[in-house]
Design a protein around this ligand. Structure first.
Ligand code: ATP
Length: 587
């Protein structure tokens, strides 16, 4: 009965629940209240002490109203539309967005109805790590309930101090069994050892970010990032020296890595917080707690941490409800200015959405659209855009991601392009071509082939400028060769000319080149490459015929090869008898 009040459950002899945003002392107060307290109306907790503004007020105007308050309530046509914090308003103005409307960056937050009972309210408050809960009835704003008041009321029932000094405001789950299943034993042992070492130095260490997300999703990943509450550089140096391991440290960034004999590389960073001076710029960095380190991250799904410090090994820490978002397949930013502070996150959001088949959470989607519309990508360093695009091109779901980039007009903003049917067809072909040519030529084709496919409609000069703008320097360098090779191959019917053109062409870009050709030409090219790989006649065949190696070999082989390209011979025997007739006599 008690646990069910907190959305938990169990059976007659045992029950459990998860509560976020409270420390142990507060939870004890909660339980005491649930056991002894009577349910009561919440009207006494509803305060009406926040300024209220209309949604189309500019942030500059909001700033003059918000004054000494921490929050301001935003109304749209008289109805509740969200809450703006003083921090959001100040940061947005710092980023040059003073004329934006209040509604743009307002957060909807979790609202409650004025008829909610105290017990129900406890449930809500225990589920969300938020300081205020707007009270809304039929869409109209009625006031707010402060979590602080609820906690104080509960504390009044029980004067005990908290039992432990655990980090508060956190959901913790034991993941040690999951870790055992996820990591190979040698990796798990290493993490344990580093956790022990870390504890000896008085530091706490956590694996965080992408690898934890993938542990939850059950997707293989050995790209392990470790955050150290303490000094990562100190830990790396001491651990590596003690164990005689190769390591690199970058003290100015408070990061580094250790390379193990198995080839495994572990990346370490001191828990840091960052300040962004202008949209997209590289941030200033200083030491911080794990919470602050996670708070600067891009999406809730990337904010999970698992502690590896010996005495807490395997505890998953979820400050931002990342687990729920993974379960619900949602990409959610951590605060409303996220895309403004770093517009690269626009590209990352779509990359993760495409890769994982996740949706953008509503507010995140609106803010992403807004950021694209406001041309914020123009403020991002083009080098970082290049990195993100290259990561996108390497993704298995690259087509889904490009489609999302088209849907949200990102391709249009970056390159002035949209994906029509024709271009989609080229992209699908290109994806197949990577496999076909890999089999045939065994070359590692650069994923930047995609950039040629994307820019295929443009005249050379425009394409060249776009390639240069986004630092696809190699692709810019080969553009002219690419286009003239394409023209020759497209127009020529002569197999030898096509072959010669291919021969002098940088084969790295063959997948893109061939994705523009019709199926007949495509077949010809495959045929030519196969013939090149397995020539009908080799030098050794000439020797067997009694010919002595000489400069003439080249002439003979070339003659045979050209005829072979044009399907002149039906078999090797035919070629041999041709050689006998034409060259043996002469010799
Ligand atoms: P992948 O599986 O693609 O490697 P990842 O999550 O490990 O995904 P990285 O690009 O390696 O991605 O970044 C590591 C972590 O750093 C991310 O999980 C994220 O928390 C954080 N991060 C990376 N880029 C940003 C950014 N632009 N803004 C905020 N946080 C970021």
């Amino acid at each position: 009965k008690i646990m069910s009040q907190l959305d938990g459950g169990g059976h007659p002899f045992a029950a459990s629940t998860t509560v976020v945003g409270f420390d142990y002392g507060e939870i004890k107060n909660f339980l005491t209240y649930l056991i002894t307290g009577k349910d009561k109306p919440v009207s006494q907790f509803i305060k009406n002490d926040l300024p209220v503004v209309e949604s189309d007020l500019s942030l500059n105007q909001v700033k003059s109203i918000i004054n000494r308050f921490k929050y301001v309530v935003v109304l749209q046509s008289g109805k509740y539309a969200g809450i703006l914090t003083d921090k959001t308003v100040n940061n947005a103005i710092k980023h040059g967005l003073k004329d934006e409307k209040a509604i743009t960056f307002a957060q909807e937050l979790i609202t409650v109805s004025p008829s909610i009972t105290f017990l129900q309210l406890l449930k809500v408050v225990s589920n969300y790590d938020i300081g205020i809960f707007p009270v809304v009835e039929k869409g109209f704003y009625k006031g707010v309930i402060y979590k602080k008041n609820i906690v104080e009321t509960l504390a009044g029932l029980n004067e005990d101090k908290p039992l432990f000094n655990l980090p508060s405001k956190v959901k913790m789950i034991n993941y040690s069994e999951r870790l055992k299943r996820f990591f190979p034993k040698d990796v798990l042992d290493l993490l344990k050892e580093i956790g022990k070492f870390s504890e000896k130095l008085g530091y706490r260490s956590f694996i965080i970010g992408g690898v934890v997300r993938d542990i939850v999703l059950g997707k293989q990943n050995l790209d392990i990032d470790i955050i150290v509450e303490g000094s990562a550089v100190d830990l790396i140096r001491k651990y590596a020296k003690e164990n005689n391991l190769t390591y690199h440290v970058y003290p100015e960034f408070m990061t580094g890595n250790i390379v193990f004999p198995s080839g495994l590389k572990l990346d370490f960073a001191t828990a840091r917080k960052e300040e962004y001076d202008s949209p997209g710029s590289y941030p200033k960095v200083e030491k911080a707690t794990l919470f602050e380190d996670l708070y600067r991250r891009d999406f809730t799904i990337n904010t999970l941490a698992i502690e590896i410090t010996y005495s807490n090994f395997g505890k998953l820490i979820d400050y931002f409800n990342g687990l729920v978002d993974i379960k619900e397949k949602r990409i959610r930013i951590l605060h409303t200015l996220s895309f403004v502070e770093d517009p690269i996150r626009i590209l990352r959001a779509l990359r993760f959405a495409g890769r994982l088949g996740f949706k953008l959470e509503n507010k995140t989607e609106n803010l992403l659209k807004h950021a694209v519309e406001k041309d914020l990508l123009n403020f991002a360093p083009t080098g970082r855009i290049n990195l993100e695009l290259n990561l996108t091109f390497k993704e298995e779901k690259v087509l889904d991601i490009l489609k999302l980039m088209d849907k949200y007009k990102v391709l249009y903003k970056l390159f002035g392009i949209t994906l029509d049917r024709e271009k989609e067809k080229i992209l699908v072909k290109l994806q197949d071509n990577f496999l076909i040519f890999k089999e045939l030529l065994n070359i590692n084709f650069p994923s930047s082939n995609y950039i040629y496919a994307l820019l295929s409609n443009y005249p050379e000069e425009i394409a060249y400028n776009l390639l240069k703008k986004y630092h696809f320097d190699k692709e810019a360098k080969y553009l002219n060769e690419f286009l003239s090779a394409f023209k020759t191959i497209e127009e020529s019917q002569d197999r030898y000319t096509i072959y010669k053109t291919l021969k002098s062409f940088n084969k790295e870009f063959l997948p893109a080149l061939t994705s523009f050709l019709d199926s007949e030409k495509f077949k010809v090219i495959i045929d030519l490459l196969k013939k090149e790989k397995n020539p009908l006649i080799k030098g050794e065949d000439l020797i067997k015929l009694g010919l002595k190696p000489s400069p003439e070999f080249k002439t003979i082989l070339e003659d045979i090869f050209v005829k072979y390209l044009n399907d002149y011979f039906e078999s090797k025997e035919m070629a041999l008898s041709y050689i006998k007739k034409k060259y043996l006599k002469e010799v």
